[in-house]
Write a protein that binds this ligand. Structure first.
Ligand code: CO
Length: 139
């Protein structure tokens, strides 16, 4: 088994602060990590649940994938992050199983991770992100 944990579920929201406030009020949730990923045009707030995260994600510009997703499908569940020990190996295994990669090679993700996205088409309709933690620079 290549997967080691559900790393995160990502929820696309219009107003990040409103979503953070709602999770705080409803669950007493505190933001564990907050980061703007300029290359992806997103700002995310991570709420830690055991060893997984809820990733509230908002667009920072109109052409970001999150903005386009909200425009098309509204707010809501955007992707699932599966934690793996080695992102490149997991990506190769998925491609061998017939998956369509969005990222042909792993790339840097938020909080110092290494990630690769897999297209929902061919993966039963779910956008999958493979997440490798790099413990040294993990916050
Ligand atoms: Co993600």
């Amino acid at each position: 088994m290549i997967l080691t944990e559900i790393d995160h579920i990502a929820i696309a929201v219009r107003d990040l602060q409103a979503a953070i406030d709602y999770y705080a009020e409803a669950f007493g949730a505190q933001v564990h990590h907050r980061e703007v990923v300029e290359s992806d045009g997103v700002e995310e707030a991570l709420v830690k649940v055991a060893d997984s995260y809820i990733q509230l994600t908002a667009a920072t510009r109109p052409d970001s994938p999150i903005a386009k997703s909200i425009e098309k499908r509204g707010e809501g569940l955007h992707h699932v992050g599966y934690r793996v020990d080695n992102c490149a190996d997991a990506l190769a295994a998925m491609v061998a199983a017939g998956a369509t990669p969005i990222d042909k090679v792993p790339r840097p993700g938020s909080r110092g991770t290494t990630v690769a996205f897999i297209h929902p088409k061919g993966s039963f309709g779910t956008l999958i992100e493979l997440v490798q933690e790099n413990r040294d620079d993990n916050s």
